[in-house]
Design a binder for this molecule. Structure first.
Ligand code: MUC
Ligand code: MG
Length: 369
């Protein structure tokens, strides 16, 4: 039986300002959910947003309030061993709130996998890989600093795929910035861009043409998420793959994007999809439709990153890799044992459930009082 549900907000400074077209992050707020069951098993989940309400329609505070006030009361007393049934109750009663639902579902699945003595990936179909290629985002806002940061990552053998956040400046300035970085890093290093919806379709045509000529490998969400027809035109016009991110808010969007051929690649995010089970369906739609898969992040800490890794390890096709570097952008680690990044890969935790444990003392210091 589900006995109690606790939600915790923890503000963790980033290692440097993280500049996106929609906001500059100096802190990340982790929303952590702890579910305790009457058999003594507990599970953890996480949801993060980017810049409060700058990126999506849920904020850390709304996630906490809506779980505490509306979602937890529906779940207390339900059978903890029947996660799908418990989530069906939540999904029937609660509109929207995909991030909150993801955090809750993750905690319930973590508890159930621990109870069964298996890694969470086994409840999601079973893993086909033990390590995931992991990109790093260069977003200091300064070309020289970004090049130095990338060179350090290559030397550490931590990342050799770099995603650049653009869209805040004029197209020509962004293109010059990206191509200077691409030139400095060379042909063997993958350079990609994420515009976070900032361009008009005309700007996108100009920008993508120049980036494609300069050897950029992937163009993420160049235009507004609702402009599916525009995304389809761009995907068709250019050889460089165009990826949907903000446009995918679950399997229905994935289906409609796949049938409209509106993206070459899907960025799958567990929060944005509304939970691990729905994110798995986004992955299935992509694989059925021949759309490439990329494991996305909302810059979660260790819990959300481990949860995403458990799912992405089940994807047969993961040709564009992942960006599960969230904990590395934060100055404080909330796990007892940090996730392992080596040889350009994130090792998928092999223990039961999420395979990670929270450092509750550390969290005690970081949590918002
Ligand atoms: C996004 O839009 O992809 C992921 C990596 C990063 O730096 O920002 C996020 C959000
Ligand atoms: Mg993105």
């Amino acid at each position: 039986m589900i006995k109690s549900i606790e939600t915790i907000l923890a503000d963790v400074p980033t290692i440097r300002p993280h500049k996106l077209s929609v906001t500059t992050m100096n802190t990340q707020t982790l929303v952590l959910v702890r579910v305790r069951c009457d058999d003594g098993v507990e599970g953890w989940g996480e949801a993060t947003t980017i810049g409060g309400l700058n990126y999506g329609e849920e904020s850390p505070e709304s996630i906490k309030t809506n779980i505490d006030t509306h979602i937890a009361p529906l779940l207390i007393g339900l059978d903890a061993t029947r996660v799908a049934a418990a989530m069906a109750v939540v999904r029937k009663a609660i509109q929207g709130n995909r991030f909150a639902k993801c955090a809750i579902e993750t905690a319930l699945l973590d508890a159930q996998a621990r109870r069964l003595g298996v890694p969470l990936s086994e409840l999601l179909g079973g893993r086909v890989r033990e390590a995931l290629p992991v990109a790093w985002t260069l977003a200091s806002g300064d070309t020289g600093k970004d090049i130095a940061e990338a060179e350090k990552m290559l030397e550490l053998r931590r990342h050799r795929i770099f995603k650049l956040k653009i869209g805040a400046r004029a197209v020509a300035d962004d293109v010059a910035h990206v191509l200077a970085i691409k030139k400095a890093l060379g042909a063997d290093v993958s350079v990609r861009v994420d515009v976070n919806q900032a361009w008009s379709e005309l700007q996108a045509m100009e920008g993508i043409a120049a980036l494609q000529d300069g050897g950029v490998d992937l163009i993420e969400q160049p235009i507004r998420a609702h402009n599916k027809a525009g995304m389809a035109r761009l995907a068709q016009r250019f050889a460089v793959p165009v990826m949907a991110d903000e446009a995918l808010q679950g399997p229905l969007d994935a289906y409609s994007y796949a049938t409209a051929a509106a993206a070459d690649v899907f960025a799958v995010k567990i929060t944005q999809s509304g939970g691990l089970m729905l994110a798995a369906q986004v992955g299935t739609v992509a694989q059925l439709a021949g759309v490439g898969l990329y494991g996305g992040t909302m810059l979660e800490g260790g819990i959300g990153t481990a949860a995403s890794a458990q799912l992405f390890a089940t994807f047969a096709d993961l040709s564009f890799g992942t960006e599960l570097f969230g904990p590395l952008l934060l100055t404080e680690e909330v796990l007892q044992e940090p996730l392992v990044y080596k040889d350009f890969m994130l090792q998928v935790p092999s223990g039961h459930g999420l395979g990670v444990a929270i450092d509750t003392d550390k969290l005690g210091h970081l949590r918002r009082k």
